[in-house]
Design a protein around this ligand. Structure first.
Ligand code: FAD
Length: 175
């Protein structure tokens, strides 16, 4: 079973793009085959790229998609939200135990820059790479990825970034 993402063609409405025939054509254009594809589920989603101006107003706090929205390319949205939740929960417990509630501002200082500098930026890079149609630029992107994969130090840095560990370490360093 595969999950496929397609952009509607410029001349198509969303409804047309989701018709059985249009979906079949898109799938056949990727992997042509004799029989029709069996599509179990389809739905549309809009790609956003934004971060709330603040994650805190008094007793109200934002985390996850309520705080930041990005392209799903790279699988960082939910993971970023989980990191928010872990960070915030630890501070909420301390505030409920009597700590100064300015501790909650530390959550904002630690997590908001990560959404901007890591999650949104990386998701946007991934999305642009996937949408590139110029064959030469696609080859160049692929060569860059191969160079990264072939160099242990570069590969390690790339994995720390894409696994969002760099972001966690950066947040932990903010006081
Ligand atoms: C196609 C696609 C693929 C994705 N793939 C990945 C992936 O591979 N990896 C990854 O990390 N992320 C991925 N994401 C992103 C991920 O789905 C979201 O980041 C994540 O679901 C956000 O979780 P959340 O709890 O912050 O928000 P939501 O999942 O939006 O949860 C908010 C909840 O609040 C409820 N709600 C809203 N208003 C009210 C109200 N007034 N009262 C009570 N309840 C309310 C909603 O019904 C909803 O259940 C993908 C997203 C898309 C669209």
């Amino acid at each position: 079973m595969w999950r496929c993402s397609f952009y509607p063609r410029p001349e198509q409405t969303l409804e047309e793009a989701q018709s059985d025939e249009a979906v079949e054509q898109q799938l056949q254009s990727v992997v042509p085959r004799q029989e029709r594809y069996r599509v179990l589920h389809k739905r549309s989603y809009r790609i956003h790229q934004r971060v709330a101006d603040s994650y805190r107003r008094g007793r109200m706090l934002l985390a996850g998609d309520a705080a930041h929205l990005n392209s799903p390319s790279g699988g960082m949205g939910m993971n970023g939200g989980l990191h928010d939740a872990f960070n915030l929960t630890e501070k909420l417990i301390r505030v409920l135990g009597g700590a100064d509630d300015r501790l909650l501002d530390l959550y904002v200082r630690q997590r908001r820059p990560i959404a901007i500098e890591h999650v949104i930026a990386q998701a946007d890079r991934n999305r642009r790479r996937m949408r590139e149609t110029d064959p030469e630029r696609r080859r160049s992107e692929l060569r860059d990825l191969q160079r990264t994969a072939g160099d242990p130090e570069l590969a390690r840095r790339y994995l720390l970034n894409s696994a969002m560990i760099t972001g966690l370490r950066q947040a932990a360093a903010v006081s």
